[in-house]
Design a protein around this ligand. Structure first.
Ligand SMILES: Cc1ncc(COP(=O)(O)O)c(C=O)c1O
Length: 453
């Protein structure tokens, strides 16, 4: 008899389940077959539940072993707090950050150091400030604040990063979904929206190893993004969140085109704000964040930042400069992260391939870096998968989190974040995930045939 079960029956916990070489197309199954599958999967689910698991695959955090790689930061200054230009980093001041770190940020983002501000520990914080400053005071000198322009809007490629969306939601900025493709956001859609809606003021993107789909924007997409400044309002900003600029899982990673090179050609440098940080390079809570922007944008940002702070934590910046004297040292360091992350991502992908490759139960992209695997289940199933998993002791990112307002219109996207747990836990989690996807899909199909319980 054809079976959907993953093989967790019996005493042993089978970590990497395999389908049993059978036809798993739910659309093709009749009600009797679906009912048999449901019974089998429900029994398997009960077995899993009895194991009292307590696993968590929710957030893209580095593991403690990854964090250990940067423990050398502790004490690295050995009492020498003076930066290259003679600044005593212990004292106030230096809003732009120390020169060594501005150079590092420039190399990460592919711009000149003069365009870079090295800030505190969070690029999300810099993004939050940029949005707030634009909302309250305008994007550039002489610009009207967004709050006085009417109901301003942001374009949000989906699925995307929930914390971007939360910044907009808190300010009441309306968010407009556009689809993500394998090479980046659907640029036809983006351009149409910008042309027809004069109140669009922003666009969130994660151009390399996108959160959560893991895709890297093609050169053509980057070029079209750089050109948006020619059709958008002067008060529009592209929020280019390059959080995973050097977070490659493999050697010879894909190259992201340099957006500022295109901007220089198109005369659109003011339309782009670039961000990155060392959060997933050194310490996630104690790294250094960077903003790269045109002279006008930086001057405006500095003006308002200077009201909030007298300067960033330059001691921490100097510690980072000592640990990463240049971008090559930093990239060597990232290879050690990759070694730790690769087996976990491989386990997730292997499990998805073994269970879903020849089915109509879901699809996913294989990321070459970053922190996530994005799984699209059958429409209408994601929340139930997350609910079932939680009841079996496995926390997944809430369904809908990857969409503005927490609403996935098709209820199908689930973000998997395998970095934090140890490999064994990732594998156990995937067994549960697979069972829950199958069970929820079969039940949904039974419901749609009017035969569900
Ligand atoms: C796309 C993206 N941007 C920003 C952040 C947060 O960065 P930071 O720690 O520099 O605030 C994350 C963290 O998960 C992220 O995935």
């Amino acid at each position: 008899m054809a079976s959907l079960a993953t093989g967790t029956e019996g005493a042993a916990f089978v970590y990497l389940p395999k389908n049993r070489g059978i036809d798993l197309y739910i659309e093709k199954a009749d009600a009797a077959q679906l009912l048999r599958w449901e019974k089998e999967l429900a029994a398997e689910y009960e077995n899993i539940r009895k194991r009292n698991l307590n696993l968590d695959l929710t957030r893209g955090k580095p593991s403690s072993l990854q964090l250990d790689l940067a423990n050398g930061l502790d004490g690295i200054l050995a009492g020498d707090y003076i930066s290259a230009d003679g600044t005593d980093t212990r004292n106030y001041g230096g809003l732009d950050g120390i020169q060594e770190l501005r150079q590092l940020g420039a190399d990460l983002l592919g711009v000149k150091p003069a365009m870079v501000l090295a800030g505190g520990n969070s690029s999300l914080g810099l993004m939050h400030q940029c949005v707030h400053f634009a909302y309250l005071f305008g994007t550039h000198e002489g610009a009207r604040p967004w709050k006085e322009e009417g109901k301003v809007k942001f374009i949000c490629p989906v699925p995307g990063y929930d914390r971007h969306f939360a910044i907009c939601q808190e300010l009441g900025i309306e968010m407009l979904n556009v689809g993500m493709r394998d090479d980046g956001p659907d640029m036809d859609e983006v351009e149409i929206l910008i042309r027809k809606d004069p109140l669009i003021r922003g666009l969130w993107v994660v151009p390399k190893y996108s959160n959560p789909t893991g895709i890297v924007f093609s050169d053509a997409v980057v070029e079209r993004m750089a050109a948006l400044g020619r059709i958008a309002s002067n008060n529009f900003r592209l929020f280019w969140d390059n959080a995973y600029a050097v977070h490659d899982l493999h050697d010879n990673p894909p190259l992201l085109a340099n957006i500022m090179d295109y901007c220089d050609r198109f005369g659109t440098a003011d339309s782009v704000l670039q961000f990155t940080s060392t959060s997933k390079i050194s310490f996630a809570g104690a790294g250094v964040a960077f903003l790269a922007a045109s002279a006008g944008n930086l001057a405006k940002f500095r003006k308002h930042l200077g009201i909030a702070t007298i300067g960033p934590d330059k001691v921490n910046q100097l510690r980072h400069a000592k640990m990463f004297p240049d971008i090559y040292a930093l990239k060597q360091h990232m290879k050690k992260h990759a070694e730790m992350l690769r087996p976990k991502f491989a386990a997730v992908i292997r499990c998805l391939e073994e269970n879903f490759a020849d089915t109509d139960l879901g699809h996913w992209q294989v990321p070459g870096g970053g922190y996530f695997v994005s799984f699209d289940a059958r429409p209408g199933v994601a929340s139930e998968v997350v609910r079932l998993a939680a009841a079996a002791g496995v926390k997944l990112t809430p369904a809908g989190a990857t969409f503005p307002y927490g609403r996935d219109p098709e209820d199908k996207n689930i973000r998997l974040a395998p970095s934090l747990p140890v490999l064994d836990e990732v594998e156990k989690t995937m067994v549960v995930f697979v069972n829950c996807v199958k069970l929820a899909s079969v039940r949904k199909q039974l419901d749609s045939l009017g035969t569900g319980g």
